[in-house]
Design a protein. Sequence first.
Length: 544
Amino acid sequence: MTILTIKTVPFADQKPGTSGLRKRVSVYSQPNYVENFVQSIFDSLEGFDGKTLVIGGDGRYYNDVAIQKAIRIAAANGFGKVLVGQNGLLSTPAASHVIRHHKAFGGLVLSASHNPGGPEGDFGIKYNIGNGGPAPERITDAVFARTKQIDSYKTNDAPDVALDQIGLHRSGGMVVEVIDPVADYAALMQTLFDFPAIRALFASGFTMTFDAMHAVTGPYAHAILEGLLGAPKGTVINGTPSPDFGNGHPDPNLVYCKDMYDLLMTPEGPDFGAASDGDGDRNLIIGKNRFVTPSDSLALLAANAHLAPGYKAGIAGIARSMPTSAAADRVAEKLGIEMHETPTGWKFFGNLLDAGRVTICGEESAGTGSNHVREKDGLWAVLLWLNILAVRKQGVDEIVREHWAIYGRNYYTRHDYEEVDAAVAGKLVDELRAQLPSLPGKTFGDDLQIAYADDFTYHDPVDGSTSAKQGIRIGFTDGSRIVLRLSGTGTVGATLRLYLERYEAAGGRHDLETQLALEPLIALADELAGIKQRTGRLEPSVIT
Ligand code: VG1
Ligand code: CO
């Protein structure tokens, strides 16, 4: 076996976004594209000689090719060992846990998450640090800088590793251990949740559908829900990972899980429905006749977490991404615990979790998680819900209504305009930003008075770093908000995300249809930003 140093030239477009570098497979499969990026990651790190690297992915098209490349580059760069999930699979939360549990130096997560897969779809690579979480901006900025300079990478001429064979292998001088992707994660879940109580819930006839969307959560859900928890076979649907996600779009929202939603709205449907995304870090929660918005789910999980054994001592604090509704803030206030508002993306929660200042984190994009790992965790959220249902012996709808009766309701929606011309979207944001100083104090309609308008800047209270331009916020005196930002995970054009929120206090009307309740804000957002006129779109591409 020989270590090879291969000459290369930089690619100009390897800037990591909200969650790693996501590109079309056609981009990733260019010669040296993966190699340049992986080598640039290693060039931006120090002190990994002889240490362990975790590698796993969501099983999408090109995973198998990219993993073999990454293993060779890791070996040639001096890692002592690679831990890789069997057949290259590790859900994002499981990868985070494996990094922590095995005290690895870091990990490569190969995924484009909820983006479609297949030869025409997307691929992605993300680096996670030793705490199991996404690399902070300090590292992703260094990686990007390196991709612009790189002139060679190191690899070896060892044969492919047989990733289907659990056990010890080698790539040159480096050990490669192929591990069961589910075992460590399933063991962790049993330390957090009351498995006997959830098993008893299923035994009593409680019914559930879990849609794994042909993605990575299938094996985890089969093993935990149908295996350890005794849910009937067939509870998990679309449970075999496929490279193109069954030609679907593995985003667990009301558009791509519409069939499940419709089923849950009928008397014949199951008691509970849930789904997860391509890499297993997102969750969709639907009770009978009740869709739970991710922002509400965060608040509800935080308010009820003490019912699960892993959180029985209470939670230290809550963090949410800026666009996520303020429902969780009201829970933190009542519990008298810390509340933090961070930019979009899980990498901003890591410091708060490491410092023990927060226990539960969440994003409006269907991501919730806790200090058990350093990623959001789809199945974790489902299991915490099941634990709560088992203990409270109430349905989802009843629990949600009781929550609103105590804390009030934050009506919430997100409108996405996908694949908008990037120049048009950029101009729209710039011109709205320019208006911000003149907005506070203005009143629209009868009662919408603007209290503040800014472009969100985050000051990390743990390491003192600052992240500017994280999204435009327009806040109203009654607690309503309009938020607008550009996506950092799309691969074609720009995706404009418009987030709308209105607070209705305890005792107010909590039974309005969401889009109707938010209509004045939706209209005002368009008036201020000129979305329809500038993009030529009459409707959002996706409403969640
Ligand atoms: C989106 C979501 C964000 C999430 C990110 C990664 O980012 O809005 O909340 O953290 O995806 O999620 P953006 O920049 O497109 O809005 V995942 O499950 O795709 O890794
Ligand atoms: Co994801």
